[in-house]
Design a protein around this ligand. Structure first.
Ligand code: SF4
Length: 549
């Protein structure tokens, strides 16, 4: 176990000499002359974790409710989707690769009858993106069967697999491993337990062994169970239906099925829902309970219409913009947000500064995270496929552009170039979070540290690279203040390098893949001069452009 050394401290803000305002063509470094189709990342923002949903509602169409709940949290994972339903006697699982709306149709949902269900949308963090790793996982042992869905990432997967005597290839993801551990515990329980609470007992034994981030929903034939790890990295809330209960990663999933949010499931809590109502248990030692909700949920991940720590997420993002305006003012004619997650903070910045708020970029709502480009000319269009400028609002103006984060910087650089081409006189970039310099090991896909521009460059160097007139990041204390959750615990490891749970140095997405080689070492930090001399070294080339099949 080890913690990486901290990066060179970065200034919170930086201004550069007035730009020449000239245009810089959007670039796709290192691709010139490459005749092969390539998959281009249009969205640099980190990939979400996963979304989970569970419902217990006699005489209700629980498969349809699960479908709606998953639909509301589709942004948390778009690789695969699945629903497991029980009618009290047996569990049926339907899952496949793709979006919720691709996997399920009326016919599929109509066949899933029962009174309790769980569902999952997946973004892979440990384990590759394949059907085998789609969730919920189903297991049957003797008289017991259960299904499991997981949001998060364990950091002791390899040790647990070794302890349990599993051979390489027996399980393919950390979620699969937990299902296997539960199955082993159930195998030790009497064939027909008198109280039908065998799954709860198995969880009370397995959960304390897990290290890392995990929010689970599970079910057997008669119970739905929701669990959060002792740090509560990823959110989960509990809602009441007229005739039942639901749990979900985010509260808008409760809203859409007509459930009233009662409360958040607490860090280290396990809630079990059955015919008798809801009961709460604590599988973890008291001293392990230490709330560390992912701060990025407030900044970017979570739907703006939800709540975290009892605070509205949209309002918190507006306050981040207000804090940013107070911390790093600039003279300008217009404040604009980068759609869509930069817009609430831009609204706050405008309100606090008194500078008019307006739209400068329009987002193509139907674009995915990637597209396939056959040649260099089309690759150069990448950012334009996602964002198109509103020339009337840009030409001849000094702009304050607000975004929530910068990951690799290449998309931001192309966006700034686009604004200058449209006649922006000045571009002052304001980011409503601190420099993002450390990878996440708890369930969010940022790639390696070498892919994060703030891990290698100072704020001043980033400003130069992006070709902005000034750049400022919101200080960490101000971000936390803006959440409105005073005194609450947060994970802020991707900004500070201070990881609440130690991570093994070799932890990677393919930790359980049988054909994996050694995890590639992070490239040494490049200097700015080297980057500009040889653009093939830019962070985007390290991982995010894959050969198309
Ligand atoms: S490292 Fe960052 S993204 Fe990961 S849980 Fe912590 S705050 Fe969230």
């Amino acid at each position: 176990m080890s913690e990486p050394a901290p990066p060179a401290p970065a200034d919170p803000s930086f201004s550069v000499a007035p730009s020449n305002g000239g245009s810089t063509e959007p670039e796709n470094p290192g691709l010139d002359g490459d005749p092969v189709c390539q998959r281009i990342e249009l969205d640099e923002t980190p990939g979400h974790e996963c979304g989970v949903f569970g419902v217990y509602a006699p005489n209700q169409p629980v498969a349809h409710l699960s479908y709606l709940g998953l639909y509301a949290i589709q942004h948390r994972g778009q690789e695969s989707a699945g629903i497991a339903v029980s009618d009290g006697d047996s569990i049926t699982v339907v899952k496949d690769m793709g979006l919720v709306s691709n996997v399920f149709d009326d016919k599929t949902l109509a066949a899933l009858t029962g009174h309790l269900a769980i569902g999952h949308t997946r973004y892979s963090t440990t384990g590759s993106s394949t059907w085998r790793n789609a969730q919920p996982f189903y297991r049957n042992v003797g008289a017991h069967s259960f299904a499991l869905a997981h949001n998060g990432n364990l950091v002791n997967t390899e040790e647990l697999a070794a302890e349990a005597g599993m051979l390489p290839g027996m399980v393919t993801s950390d979620s699969d491993l937990v299902a296997e551990l539960i199955e082993q515990e159930l195998a030790r329980d009497p064939e027909e337990s008198h109280d039908h609470r065998a799954l709860e007992r198995a969880l009370m034994k397995v959960l304390p062994k897990l290290e890392g981030a995990f929010s689970f929903v599970l079910m057997d034939e008669g119970h739905v169970i929701g669990v959060r790890d002792p740090h509560g990295f990823w959110p989960m809330c509990l809602g009441k239906l007229d005739n039942g209960w639901a749990v979900a990663s985010e509260s808008p999933a409760l809203d859409i099925v007509g459930a009233r949010q009662i409360r958040e499931v607490e860090p280290g809590e396990m809630v079990t829902i059955d015919a008798t109502g809801v009961r709460s248990e604590r599988p973890f030692e008291l001293e392990k309970i230490d709330p560390k909700l992912c701060l990025m949920e407030f900044i970017y991940f979570h739907r703006p219409d939800g709540t975290l720590y009892g605070q509205g997420v949209h309002a918190a993002r507006v306050r981040m913009g207000e804090e940013l305006a107070e911390q790093s003012p600039a003279d300008a004619d217009l404040v604009m947000g980068v759609p869509e997650s930069g817009i609430p903070a831009a609204e706050g910045y405008a309100r606090h500064s008194g500078i008019p708020f307006g739209f400068g970029l329009v987002k193509n709502r139907y674009i995915g995270r990637t597209f396939i480009a056959p040649n260099q000319q089309m690759r150069a269009l990448g950012v334009r496929l996602k964002l198109n400028p509103l020339r009337d609002n840009i030409e001849g103006k000094r702009l304050i552009v607000v975004d929530d984060s910068i990951v690799r910087g290449t998309t931001t650089r192309a966006m700034v170039s686009m604004l200058r081409e449209c006649g922006a006189l000045e571009v002052h970039l304001r980011i409503s979070s601190p420099p993002y310099a450390w990878p996440c090991f708890y369930g969010m896909d940022t790639g390696t540290q070498g892919e994060l521009i703030a891990a290698s460059l100072s704020v001043g160097e980033i400003a130069t690279f992006l070709n902005v007139d000034s750049l400022a990041y919101l200080e960490l204390d101000r971000v936390k203040t803006a959440t409105g959750a005073h005194g609450a615990g947060f994970c802020d490891a991707c900004f500070t390098g201070s990881y609440p749970v130690d991570v093994p140095v070799n932890l990677s997405k393919g930790v359980l893949d049988t054909d994996r080689g050694l995890a590639p070492a992070d490239p040494a930090p490049e200097t700015l001069a080297l980057l500009f001399e040889n653009e093939s070294l830019l962070p985007v080339d390290h991982a995010k452009i894959d050969q198309a099949e």
